[in-house]
Design a protein around this ligand. Structure first.
Ligand code: ATP
Ligand code: MG
Length: 790
């Protein structure tokens, strides 16, 4: 075996890794090596005598990025040749892959669209309107949450209607039509050939339940199933894991009940407890040593989580150095909080020689990021931000993607509605309303009506008819092109021919400029995607492939390889599983962290406390907590009081404000601070104080909403551009390689040194066969190839 399991694992970890006699559950506190156990266990299963084939192992992680990292790590242990065949990814990405392969069984095509949250909400809004219901009573957001919850519990519309008391609760009297909305929503998604995120789980479950031969195939395929962050799985996920492993019982899950932070998405902390009931022979492993953090951080986190009643009791210890106390900063305003944090980062870097990548600023809500961005920008400190409006959620990108979606799946209702009149082509809301009505009345898709508007009795004049025909022909043209054009070619055709590029280039306003740049970044992203897939041996990348890739990207997945030397800004939720040398947990105020949504619910408060536990336990060497007395929220200045969570931590582990010398806070004094956080937490307590500074001037200091640098799927040098007027986006003339011929030596970005064996084809189709010293023979399309002649 290549891996030295004994040396690199402690005894409990070793036992958990090498146990292969039945189901196992590793339950342990933060930083104790659960993810490490999972990684080593996979390596072990591959390396052991009569071990498993990589394609027989399924590992489910919380983000695609985590899966990638795990695969790389295993690759280093057992060789990439083996590791690349592992099935690894999030529940959603693995199951969408399975669903695409098996779609026909459940009445879908493999081109089904994945509706994001905005799509489902928009569809719900249409349905509520069509049913003549009041949007104030039937709020699309809350209906969406209810439907999502039902799906996560595997409750179909029929099941929902049959057991309405159980699922509707108090809402039954107020919103009797919920079940009808659910039922219509379900049908409409099917009609549109679309699945929402929850459907990816629900339909997988249905597929395995109703098609035993399909289940048998996947059971046979996945001989061992491993799950990270098990505490955040929901009932649907749990049930699918059970479907796959019930027979062979080859399953290992790891988790920490103290880090369960997704109950609002249906995650059930009881799944961990339930696990040993469902798999009665489960061997439970507990890990107690934390390898991530200093003793102080571990003890502080332990003291905090003890305040929760609902938990599996466990002690975690660290043998690392004692470390420094957890610094607490109080600021007069949120802006000052930003300055304090930025100054502290600069100071730590000076003193300790840290890299920027060693810092993370964690906040409860995305809206808090802007203050820190400003403070960091002012000091020219590089940062990367996760969340907020991610690249693929921007309007211009969603517009382009809607075209892609419609071309791949013309029945996609949300994509259809988004672009039928974008760019403006004179098709008004009335006409679209008529199309929707005709489609609903005839149980067909909007596209079906568009194809033959008159046979569906659409009352439209000749002009409108011509416009509809024009749109139809435009899309039909792209659909026809799919068979002989790849994602990149069709993508650029669509951007030009649909008129989108003309629309964003109509003037040089900063908004349009930034929209244009974003579209260019998207094109780069497609180009890069094609190049990467090609390197993996798939030369023909369709638009469907590209859409499948981006539909399930999460905030964390947008991390780019070249983002190394930057501070990370993210919500605590997305920091789960990660670690940083220095962590700042900011905005520790009542009604912010814990969130104001908690109300009187002890359960919700415990979840917030777990979230705070997750935040603190991300830190390896230094952890800082901060709060501001005044904060600009919801368009006005608010006065806050320190979070009760500060009081939950044993004071021995905290360094109070005057000792850390926070500017302007010194006069408050530690005594006062201590009284404040030990005392009452009524919101009015601090609002009586005179705020520092002048509100309007503070408001003026805030620049307009900044546009966050776009994140694209991967780091790529700019090789293409899209601009106005007959522009060709990347063409062969811009290919980095000119005049390449057999016998030449080249150096490839990924494969290293190689010799050109032959060159075939011309223009965009030119390709070279190259013999790489370390990677064998590869055929590369020159247009996408990333190498230089040496
Ligand atoms: P979380 O609950 O935050 O997900 P975790 O339990 O998954 O944490 P890991 O991320 O696996 O913990 O491990 C925390 C850190 O400790 C990692 O940097 C890991 O490499 C290191 N580590 C774990 N076990 C050992 C060990 N036996 N020897 C040295 N380092 C270890
Ligand atoms: Mg982990």
């Amino acid at each position: 075996m290549n891996t030295n399991y004994i040396e690199e694992l402690n005894e409990s970890q070793y036992n958990a890794v090498t146990y292969d006699d039945g189901p196992s559950l590793v339950i342990a506190g933060a930083g104790s090596g659960k993810t490490r156990v999972l990684t080593y266990k996979i390596a072990y299963l591959l390396e052991k005598e009569n071990g498993y084939n990589p394609w027989n192992i399924l590992a489910l992680t919380f983000t695609n990025k985590a899966a990638r990292e795990m695969k790389e790590r295993i690759g280093r242990q057992v060789g990439m040749k083996l590791a690349r065949y592992l099935w690894m990814g999030t529940f959603h990405s693995v199951f969408s892959r399975i669903l695409r392969a098996e779609a026909h069984h459940i009445g879908f095509t493999s081109q089904f669209t994945i509706y994001d949250s905005a799509d489902s909400k928009s569809l719900l809004r249409s349905i509520i309107k069509e049913m003549g219901l009041d949007e104030k009573t039937y709020k699309p957001g809350s209906i969406q949450a209810r439907i999502s919850n039902a799906k996560n519990h595997l409750v179909s519309p029929a099941g929902y209607a049959a057991n309405k008391e159980a699922y509707e609760g108090d809402a039954a009297a107020k919103m009797p039509a919920i079940r009808d909305i659910y039922s219509r929503y379900w049908d409409r998604c099917r009609q549109a050939g679309a699945m929402d995120f929850d459907d990816l789980l629900f339909y997988t479950y249905i597929l395995f339940r109703d098609f035993p031969e399909v289940l048998a195939r996947y059971r046979d395929q996945f001989r061992y199933v491993l799950v990270d962050e098990y505490q955040d799985t929901n009932f649907a996920q749990h049930s699918i894991v059970l479907q796959l492993t019930k027979e062979n019982q080859h399953v290992c899950v790891v988790g920490d009940d103290a880090q369960s932070i997704y109950s609002f998405r249906g995650a059930d902390i009881d799944n961990i407890l339930y696990f040993t009931k469902v798999y009665p022979n489960t061997k439970v492993f507990k890990l107690e040593q934390n390898y991530r953090s200093t003793q102080t951080i571990v003890c502080a986190a332990n003291s905090l989580i003890k305040k929760n009643e609902r938990q599996i009791r466990k002690e975690v210890f660290s043998e690392k150095e004692k470390g420094e106390l957890i610094g607490v900063f109080q600021a007069y305003s949120d802006v000052e909080e930003g300055d304090i944090v930025a100054n502290k980062i600069a100071e730590l870097r000076r003193v300790n020689d840290y890299s920027y990548a060693d810092f993370a600023i964690l906040y409860r809500t995305n809206a808090q990021s802007r203050i820190f961005e400003e403070a960091l920008r002012k000091r020219s400190i590089p940062y990367k931000i996760y969340g907020g409006l991610s690249f693929y959620q921007r309007k211009e990108i969603k517009d382009v993607i809607a075209y892609f979606r419609l071309v791949v799946n013309p029945n996609d209702e949300e994509a259809f509605k988004r672009i039928i009149n974008y760019p403006a082509r004179g098709i008004g809301d009335t006409t679209v309303g008529k199309i929707i009505t005709a489609a609903t009345d005839n149980s067909v898709s909007l596209w079906n009506v568009l194809c033959e508007p008159l046979s569906y009795g659409l009352a439209i004049n000749k002009g409108t008819h011509t416009k509809l025909q024009g749109f139809h022909e435009l899309i039909e043209g792209f659909i026809a092109d799919q068979s002989d054009k790849n994602a990149y070619e069709i993508g650029t055709d669509i951007i030009r021919q649909s008129g989108i590029i003309n629309d964003v280039c109509q003037d040089t306003s900063p908004e349009n400029l930034s929209r244009k740049e974003n579209i260019e970044e998207l094109v780069n992203g497609i180009n890069d995607f094609c190049a990467l897939r090609q390197e993996e041996g798939n030369p023909n990348i369709s638009l469907t492939d590209f859409l499948s890739e981006i539909a399930l990207l999460t905030d964390q997945d947008s991390d780019k390889a070249d983002d190394g030397e930057k501070i990370t800004l993210m919500t605590v939720h997305s920091a789960k599983g990660l670690e940083f040398k220095n962590v700042f947990v900011v905005g520790l105020e009542e009604n912010l962290f814990p969130s104001g949504m908690v109300g009187d619910s002890p359960r919700a408060l415990e979840e917030e406390r777990r979230l705070f536990y997750v935040a603190i336990t991300r830190a390896e060497e230094h952890c800082f907590l901060s709060f501001a007395k005044t904060r600009f929220r919801y368009g006005k200045m608010e006065f806050g009081s320190p979070s009760r969570f500060l009081r939950d931590i044993d004071m021995h582990y905290l360094q109070l404000p005057h000792e850390v010398g926070v500017s302007r806070s010194v006069d408050e004094g530690a005594g006062r601070f201590r009284r404040e956080i030990e005392g009452g937490f009524t919101r009015s307590a601090s609002s009586k104080r005179t705020p520092l500074g002048n509100f309007s001037s503070e408001q003026e200091r805030r620049p307009k909403e900044q546009i966050i640098a776009p994140t694209v799927p991967r780091n790529l040098k700019k090789v293409s551009s899209v601009s106005n007027n007959n522009t060709s986006a990347t063409s062969s003339s811009q290919s980095p390689i000119q005049g390449i011929s057999a016998g030449q030596m080249i150096e490839h970005e990924r494969f290293g040194l190689g010799e050109v064996v032959k060159v075939e084809g011309t223009g965009d189709n030119a390709k070279a066969t190259i013999h790489f010293k370390n990677a064998g023979d590869k055929q590369l399309l020159l247009r996408f190839a990333r190498f230089k002649i040496v």
